[in-house]
Ligand binder design. Structure first.
Ligand SMILES: NC(=O)c1ccc[n+]([C@@H]2O[C@H](COP(=O)([O-])OP(=O)(O)OC[C@H]3O[C@@H](n4cnc5c(N)ncnc54)[C@H](OP(=O)(O)O)[C@@H]3O)[C@@H](O)[C@H]2O)c1
Length: 233
């Protein structure tokens, strides 16, 4: 069990990649503090984890809103006493469109969830990790955040921003023994992609690696779910 007794907080764990990471972490012995906006999906994830005898709790929370985020982290800390792993997974992608047709509301929504969300969640979790003098933060990016893909301007900008966030924070918290890395999961069959692509369960190994002590010297890296083993050699 690579994550025995570690406490992992995962955003957007009601379905898709976040749920698959939660199930894999649970199998590796972690205790789980989860959030998403849709309570019914979150409850289902928690139910499936508890059926595997995994300690898990879910809180309905929109990661882009300050007060709900503060309450979520305070509740998770109260329930589990510590936070060893943070996976900033919650994310949205609106329908691809050329820039001249893009509604500014969609731009703002994308930035709010994909960038403001990780900022708010991480800012609330960091004092706990700094006090513990340890922690692993994993940000879910995208290949669209590492290359040029036409018609994805808002999503691409948010994910490129998230890569910058990861690199900068990695440099800032290194001396507190907190690691920050990002992962691009490939093309995965979830609601976000209309359920085409690889199975969510097939992209989670790198998330276990980055959360575990196996990667204790790895920080500031941009890994891929498909090629991470060769990237960390
Ligand atoms: N699928 C892919 O091919 C792919 C590729 C590259 C990167 N990604 C990234 O992977 C992450 C997960 O995406 P996915 O494909 O698994 O999509 P998904 O199936 O739509 O799942 C997204 C999860 O995030 C939650 N979420 C969305 N907005 C939220 C908010 N404001 N506050 C809290 N939770 C929120 C959703 O629940 P609620 O809607 O109930 O809140 C859901 O649980 C995203 O960051 C995405 O950008 C996906």
């Amino acid at each position: 069990m690579k994550l025995k007794d570690k406490v992992a907080l995962i955003t957007g764990a009601g379905r898709g990649i976040g749920k698959a990471i939660a199930m894999h972490y649970g199998r590796e012995g972690a205790k789980l503090a989860l959030c998403a906006r849709t309570a019914a999906e979150l409850d289902q994830t928690v139910k499936e984890l508890r059926a595997m005898n995994v300690e898990a709790e879910g809180w309905s929370c929109d990661v882009s809103l300050e007060e709900p985020v503060k309450n979520f982290i305070a509740n998770a800390q109260k329930e589990f006493g510590r936070i060893d792993i943070l996976v900033n997974n919650a994310g949205v992608m609106t329908r691809p469109a050329p820039m001249i047709e893009m509604d500014v509301k969609k731009w703002d929504y994308t930035m709010a969830v994909n960038l403001r969300g990780p900022f708010l969640i991480t800012q609330a979790v960091l004092p706990i990790m700094i006090k513990q003098k340890s922690g692993s933060i994993i940000n879910v990016s995208s290949m669209i955040g590492r290359g040029a893909y036409a018609n994805f301007l808002a999503y691409a900008t948010s994910k490129w921003g998230l890569e910058g966030f990861s690199q900068t924070l990695a440099a800032e918290v290194r001396s507190s023994n907190i690691r920050v890395n990002s992962v691009e999961p490939g093309y995965v069959a979830t609601k976000l992609t209309g359920f085409s692509g690889s199975k969510p369960e097939s992209v989670t190994d790198v998330f276990v690696y980055l959360a575990s002590d196996e990667s204790k010297s790895v920080t500031g890296k941009m890994l891929s779910s498909s090629g991470w083993q060769s990237q960390v050699k």
